[in-house]
Design a protein around this ligand. Structure first.
Ligand SMILES: Cc1cc2nc3c(=O)[nH]c(=O)nc-3n(C[C@H](O)[C@H](O)[C@H](O)COP(=O)(O)OP(=O)(O)OC[C@H]3O[C@@H](n4cnc5c(N)ncnc54)[C@H](O)[C@@H]3O)c2cc1C
Ligand code: SF4
Ligand code: SF4
Ligand code: SF4
Length: 383
C-alpha cells in the first residue's frame, strides 16, 4: 500500500506498455487498471494520427488505453472539457488539471468521480509551427519524423532513416519556434493539483528512460496506485534522495525560466494606453467565436453575456465580446493557450488575456485551478 505524499519510481509490468510509454508507461497502466477494475466508466486518452496530430477519445476499452502510451509534445489540446459530466480517469498536463478544477468550481465536473493522473509539463508546441520549424531550422521533411525527445535543453528529432538532429530550445525560441508563447511563461510545471504527479525528472541511473517518477498527491491518487499495484499492472519502489533532489532542482530552474518569460511578455499596460492596446490587438478579429468555444474554463453556454455582443453589429470601437470575456475570465483564465492556438487570424489572444488577468490574480494571490477550496474572486466580489 502506498501513502499520500509518497514519491515513487514505477513502471508498467507489461513490457510493450513500458517501452511505448514516454517514461515507464506507468500513467497508461494506472489508467488502464482503473478501467479494468471498474473504478471509472471510461478513460480519456489521445488517439495518435501522426507525429503532430491526435484526437482525444473517451474509451471503455482497456486495450485501447494500453495502446495509448507516449507523450505528444506537438499536441497542445486541453482535455478539461472531456471530464464534464462523466465518471472518468484521464491524464493531464497542469493546465488540463487546472481546467478540470475550474469546471468543478462551477459544478461542471464532480471531482469525486474524476481521477486525474497529472503529467509534468515543460511545454507544448503548436503542430503547424512545429512543421515549419522542422523545415526551416532542422532542414527535415516533417513527414520523415518518427520520434522526438528533449534532452539537456535540446529538442531532438529522429527521422525514418535513423538520423537524429538536436537544436537547443533557447535557440529555437529566440527564432520564434519551440514551445508556445504561453508555455514559456507558464509557472506550474509539476501538477501538484492532480491526484498523481508523474514525470521523468529525477529518473536517473539504470532506470533512466524506463521508469516514471510519481508523487501521490491525495487520497484518490493513493487509490489509483493501490488499485494498479493490486491488479498487477505496475511495480513501484521509493525514489531515493538524489532522485527527489534532481526533480526539485529541475523544477526550480524551469520556474525561474517561466518567471523570466513572464517579465518579458506580460508587462503591465499603463492605464492611459489600455483602450488603444485592446483596440489595436483585436482589430483583425473576424468574430468567429472559436476562442470562446475552446476555452476550458468557460461554462456559461450559449446564453452568455459575451455572446450577446458577439456580432458585427456590435459597432463599438472595441468589440464588447472581448471586453466582457476579459473581465469575466480575469479570475479563471489559466493561460492554457487554446484561444491563441485556434485563432484563424493569429491574434495572440492568450497573452492579451494573461496581461489582463495576471495582475488581478497576483493582487489577490489567487491561482485558478490549483485547488477547490478557494472560490473564484469575482464571485466573492459580486456577493
Ligand atoms: C506536452 C508534454 C510535456 C512534458 N514535459 C515534461 C517535462 O518537461 N518533464 C517531465 O518530467 N515530464 C514531462 N512530461 C511528462 C512525460 O513526458 C511523461 O508523460 C511522464 O513521465 C509519464 O510517463 P509514462 O511513460 O508513465 O506515461 P505514458 O504511459 O506514456 O502515458 C502518457 C499519457 O499521456 C497522454 N498524453 C500524451 N500526450 C499528451 C498531451 N499532449 N496532452 C495530454 N495528454 C497527453 C497519453 O494519452 C497517455 O495517456 C511531458 C508530457 C507532455 C504531454
Ligand atoms: S500551459 Fe503550462 S501546463 Fe499547459 S501545456 Fe503549456 S507548459 Fe504545459
Ligand atoms: S482565455 Fe484562453 S488562455 Fe485563458 S483559459 Fe480561456 S482559452 Fe485558456
Ligand atoms: S478566435 Fe480570433 S478571430 Fe475568432 S473571435 Fe477569437 S480573437 Fe476573434
Amino acid at each position: 500500500m502506498v501513502g499520500i505524499g509518497d514519491k515513487l519510481l514505477g513502471y508498467a509490468t507489461n513490457p510493450d506498455v513500458r517501452n511505448r510509454g514516454a517514461s515507464g508507461g506507468l500513467v497508461t497502466a494506472v489508467l488502464a487498471a482503473a478501467l479494468e477494475k471498474g473504478m471509472v466508466e471510461g478513460v480519456v486518452v489521445l488517439k495518435r494520427i501522426d507525429e503532430y496530430e491526435a484526437i482525444p477519445v473517451i474509451t471503455d476499452d482497456v486495450q485501447e488505453v494500453l495502446a495509448s502510451g507516449g507523450s505528444m509534445h506537438a499536441v497542445p489540446v486541453n482535455l478539461a472539457k472531456y471530464a464534464v459530466g462523466r465518471k472518468i480517469a484521464m491524464p493531464g498536463k497542469p493546465c488540463d488539471v487546472r481546467g478540470v478544477i475550474e469546471q468543478a468550481k462551477r459544478n461542471g465536473v464532480e471531482l469525486e468521480d474524476t481521477y486525474i493522473v497529472g503529467l509534468n509539463c515543460g511545454g507544448a508546441m503548436h503542430p503547424v509551427v512545429t512543421r515549419e520549424m522542422l523545415t526551416r531550422m532542422y532542414e527535415i521533411d516533417p513527414e520523415d519524423v518518427v520520434g522526438e525527445e528533449i534532452e539537456k535543453g535540446k529538442l531532438i528529432f529522429k527521422t525514418k532513416d535513423g538520423e537524429e538532429k538536436a537544436i537547443s530550445i533557447d535557440e529555437l525560441e529566440e527564432a520564434g519556434y519551440g514551445r508556445r508563447e504561453n508555455c514559456r511563461y507558464c509557472t506550474i510545471k509539476i501538477p501538484t493539483n492532480a491526484d498523481l504527479a508523474c514525470g521523468n525528472w529525477g529518473v536517473i541511473g539504470e532506470l533512466a528512460g524506463s521508469a516514471t517518477f510519481c508523487e501521490v498527491m491525495n487520497e484518490k491518487g493513493k487509490r489509483l496506485l493501490d488499485n494498479a499495484i493490486e491488479a498487477g499492472f505496475i511495480e513501484v519502489q521509493p525514489a531515493d534522495e538524489k532522485s527527489i533532489a534532481i526533480r526539485e532542482k529541475v523544477n526550480k530552474a524551469m520556474l525561474k525560466l517561466g518567471d523570466e518569460w513572464k517579465g518579458r511578455l506580460l508587462t503591465e499596460i499603463p492605464d492611459q494606453e489600455r483602450l488603444t492596446y485592446y483596440i489595436e490587438q483585436f482589430a483583425d478579429c473576424i468574430d468567429c467565436g472559436a476562442c470562446r468555444e475552446v476555452c476550458p474554463v468557460c461554462t456559461c453556454g450559449e446564453e452568455s453575456k459575451c455572446t450577446m455582443f458577439h456580432s458585427l453589429a456590435d459597432n463599438y470601437k472595441m468589440s464588447m465580446y472581448h471586453m466582457v470575456r476579459l473581465l469575466h475570465l480575469s479570475d479563471s483564465c489559466i493561460g492554457c493557450g487554446q484561444c491563441s492556438d485556434v485563432c484563424p487570424v493569429d491574434i495572440p489572444v492568450t497573452t492579451i488575456f494573461r496581461r489582463f488577468a495576471d495582475p488581478a490574480q497576483k493582487k489577490r494571490d489567487y491561482s485558478p485551478g490549483m485547488d477547490l477550496q478557494r472560490p473564484p474572486f469575482l464571485e466573492l466580489m459580486l456577493k
